[in-house]
Ligand binder design. Structure first.
Ligand code: RTP
Ligand code: MG
Length: 153
């Protein structure tokens, strides 16, 4: 397992509107994950279609695209050992009503649509790299050492 696995994370429009971006960043930082890139941005329909392409035939697809394009998001890349799976665990179940307390969705999510955070699927090999490539150019990602690294890993 590499210590520098990267994963794509997004604070969704509801997180931005409700002032939860800082909380999400804090949780991931405090867990020992390292921020490698961040972009506050508005997703257009084309990018939304690409990002959620795996769901294009699902009945909720139009709703999903409408939501993710409804306001700005904070797109991020986080790095660390097993980062993709770690983030998914910290996010909790897709439906906040099923998510455990202590997880980001369990603590802040409202419903299946407004579920605060996206993280790359750890059960879909390559999803993290694919999503990072979709949202970030290589030069937008920063390679550096955090001073607590010897303690965290
Ligand atoms: P995400 O991709 O946003 O991180 O969420 P996820 O992996 O936990 O869930 P996924 O299966 O990829 O679904 C993507 C988003 O679609 C919405 N959804 N609606 N109405 C429905 O049955 C339904 N199922 C999923 C959710 O907002 C979910 O985050
Ligand atoms: Mg997903």
């Amino acid at each position: 397992m590499s210590n520098d696995e990267r994963t794509f994370v997004m604070a969704k429009p509801d997180a931005v509107q409700r002032g939860l971006v800082g909380t999400i960043i804090s949780r991931l930082e405090e867990r020992g994950l390292k921020l490698a890139g961040a972009k506050f941005m508005q997703i257009d329909e084309e990018l939304a279609n690409q990002h959620y392409a795996e769901h294009q035939d699902k009945p909720f697809f139009d709703e999903l695209v409408a939501f993710i394009t409804s306001g700005p998001v904070m797109a991020m890349v986080w790095e660390g050992a097993d980062a993709t799976r770690q983030v998914r665990q910290m996010m909790g179940a897709t439906d906040p009503k099923e998510a455990q307390p202590g997880t980001i969705r369990g603590d802040f999510g409202l419903d299946l649509g407004q579920n605060i955070i996206h993280g790359s699927d750890h059960e879909d090999p390559g999803a993290n790299e694919r999503e990072i490539d979709l949202f970030f150019d290589e030069e937008e990602l920063v390679d550096y050492e955090r001073s607590d690294e010897p303690w965290v890993y």
